[in-house]
Design a protein around this ligand. Structure first.
Ligand SMILES: C[S@@+](CC[C@H](N)C(=O)[O-])C[C@H]1O[C@@H](n2cnc3c(N)ncnc32)[C@H](O)[C@@H]1O
Length: 261
């Protein structure tokens, strides 16, 4: 059962009260968009579940967006279609209505991931594409040395990739998504080679995991990272990342197609 806030938010974040997910720090990245477009292949009609303000919808041809939060729906640019007010767990569409479907940076917020993914499978004839983080890889990022609470939160929120693939059934594949050094979509790992960016509270706020930790965690993170950047300790350990063109971290794309009947 989905519990929805006054704003309509259905996941573990109330977008009526926090600003993450529709920040200037979260602009869709063209290289990641290409990855998504390739996974959708020839699909013409595409369902986007947990569509938010519509990031990456240009990766698909004809989009139907589903978004439960009123404030997120209101942030969709006029050039995009209006989003349907619904939740993943109960999609108001017929069986096999869409050629393809995608859900991006969203499944970790759903109250019943298996049910939501089965619904996506039900309404989709072709590929279902899920962009998410593999929870067992989340803590491998250097940020864990400075804000373990944030990444512990992320690791707990994200469903296991095996469970996603099992819920979708059919033939599945999991691809690591290379994150470009100048990635414009500011999730935590996007700053792997630009640690100074995470000293900006607005950049941190654009990742919802930071809204689950208290001020003490944020303050300790800020002090320790500033100290290590000033002393060169961060660069001694991770400086090679400043020039590494891509980073393979926890970001993965799960793609599943139905087996022939
Ligand atoms: C981090 S935002 C990502 C938005 C967009 N996909 C993007 O990549 O920018 C997660 C979105 O999932 C939506 N969401 C949360 N729970 C949901 C649910 N049960 N069903 C559908 N959408 C949900 C939120 O309202 C939010 O807009």
């Amino acid at each position: 059962m989905n519990v929805r806030t006054q704003d309509g938010s259905a996941g573990d974040v109330d977008y009526g009260t926090i600003t993450s997910g529709h920040s200037p720090f979260r602009r869709p990245d063209t290289r990641i968009a290409r990855f998504i477009a390739e996974a959708l292949g020839e699909a013409r009609t595409v369902l986007n579940v947990g569509a938010g303000a519509g990031s990456y919808e240009n990766a698909a041809r004809e989009v139907t967006a589903v978004e439960p939060s009123r404030s997120m729906r209101a942030r969709r640019p006029a050039r995009l279609t209006r989003a349907v007010d619904a939740v993943a767990e109960e999609l108001p569409f017929a069986d096999g209505e869409f050629d393809g479907a995608m859900t991006l940076f969203s499944v970790h917020q759903w109250s019943d991931v298996t049910r939501g993914l089965r619904e996506m499978r039900r309404v989709t004839r072709g590929p279902v594409v899920v962009l998410t983080c593999a929870p067992e890889l989340v803590r491998d990022f250097w940020l864990y040395e400075y804000a373990p609470e944030v990444l512990d939160t992320e690791a707990l929120r994200h469903p296991r990739v095996e469970d996603i693939a099992a819920a979708l059934g059919g033939t599945g594949a999991v691809h690591t998504v290379p994150i470009p050094l100048d990635c414009t979509d500011g999730f935590n790992e996007a700053y792997y080679g630009r640690p100074e960016m995470l000293l900006d509270p607005a950049a941190r706020q654009a990742c919802s995991a930071w809204s689950f930790v208290d001020d003490g965690v944020r303050q300790r993170f800020d002090e320790n990272l500033r100290r290590d950047l000033a002393s060169g300790a961060w660069d001694d350990r991770h400086g090679h990342l400043r020039t590494q063109s891509t980073y393979e971290g926890s970001l993965v794309l799960v793609r599943a197609t139905p087996d022939p009947a």
